[in-house]
Design a binder for this molecule. Structure first.
Ligand SMILES: *[C@@H]1O[C@H](CO)[C@@H](O)[C@H](O)[C@H]1NC(C)=O
Ligand SMILES: *[C@@H]1O[C@H](CO)[C@@H](O)[C@H](O)[C@H]1NC(C)=O
Ligand SMILES: *[C@@H]1O[C@H](CO)[C@@H](O)[C@H](O)[C@H]1NC(C)=O
Length: 304
């Protein structure tokens, strides 16, 4: 079936029509803008003036999404019958209407499994036989916020100050949230039932919480407070030593996301110095990377 959507009627005709019936028939939105997250569901709602004892058998509803460049058919009801054939395939199987609501003058359209590209202006045009009008609302779908660390290890020499990178994407203000940095490979002491894994750095209520901080990191760690509103939760560790080697985990327990944590590996080389008395009394030192990264052994030998 090939339908000519009645929205193709030039807009000025609709406006004239609206003017003509002004006061007697109104299409309205219950909310002019909606915000939602990717993968969630949302119900967009329009209302229109009803007359008592009217059936929906002559009701026509045509809704589109307009993102400023293009439009897609979102929902089409013709003489009370849904035409899913008309619906754009990007919406197929994702739009559910509330048939009972139609009788009461409510168009409730649930859009499920939201995608960021569902963002835009949703416009519904309604023709009841006794009135005609349209209205629109805006939907903004934001992508799921993910915690991102680093695939590459952070290579350093003893005594260096290092930054373990970790941030949220898209940008997300974490100033009011709890941020935990820990070493996931450290297990609680099995002989001490009360012992708990301690933190490298714990941030809560907008400040560092030194309780339960590993003694070896005392006064050596800091977050970039000013950048946390942009989702930067990188950790600075001062004066690293070989004992700091290993995997670090940044974690935001309350983040509404499937990815609340990321891991960053820190590799601190071993510094070996010798004094070559036969040439001079100069001490020469090398940093070797033995542990965990055989590939780096040859690549990252550096003369200090
Ligand atoms: C979204 O809607 C779908 C289909 O209607 C349903 O299966 C799913 O549970 C809903 N999800 C949420 C988060 O409400
Ligand atoms: C986070 O802040 C640190 C320190 O200013 C900077 O080096 C790093 O590049 C920032 N990370 C991001 C993702 O902006
Ligand atoms: C850096 O740490 C080493 C031990 O790993 C310590 O001997 C030295 O004093 C520290 N340096 C500074 C500037 O704190």
């Amino acid at each position: 079936m090939d339908f000519m959507p009645f929205l193709v009627v030039p807009l000025w005709t609709s406006i004239l029509h609206l003017d003509f019936v002004k006061g007697s028939f109104v299409v309205d939105v219950t909310q002019s803008s909606y915000q939602a997250e990717e993968n969630h569901n949302i119900t967009l709602e329009w209302t229109f003036t009803t007359k008592p004892d009217t059936s929906i058998s002559s009701l026509k509803v045509f809704c589109i999404l307009n993102n400023g460049h293009k439009y897609w058919t979102f929902y089409h009801l013709f003489d009370g019958v849904e035409f899913s054939e008309d619906q754009d395939k990007k919406f197929s199987g994702r739009v559910q209407s509330d048939k009972d609501g139609l009788r009461e003058g409510r168009i409730r359209l649930q859009l499920s499994r939201l995608r960021t590209e569902d963002s835009g202006l949703y416009l519904c045009e309604v023709d009841t036989g006794y009135g005609h009008g349209y209205n629109s609302c805006r939907l903004t779908v934001s992508g799921e916020v993910l915690v991102i660390g680093s695939n590459l290890p952070i290579i350093s020499a003893p005594g260096d100050d290092v930054i373990l990178p970790c941030h949220l994407e898209p940008m997300f203000d974490v100033q009011g949230m709890t941020v935990e940095w820990s070493k996931p490979d450290l297990k609680p002491n099995p002989s001490d039932r009360l012992s708990r894994v301690e933190y490298v750095h714990l941030y809560r209520d907008r400040q560092e919480v030194p309780d339960m901080k590993m003694a070896s990191y005392f006064r050596r760690t800091e977050l970039f407070m000013d950048d946390m509103k942009h989702g930067n939760i990188s950790l600075k560790i001062l004066n690293v030593s070989e004992e700091d080697n290993g995997r670090y985990r940044c974690f935001i327990p309350k983040l509404q996301s499937r990815v609340k944590a990321a891991v960053v590996e820190l590799v601190v080389g071993q510094k070996i110095c010798s004094i070559q008395t036969e040439l001079s009394d100069l001490e020469s030192c090398f940093v070797y990377y033995f542990n965990s990264f055989p590939n780096f052994q040859s690549h990252f030998i550096s003369l200090l």
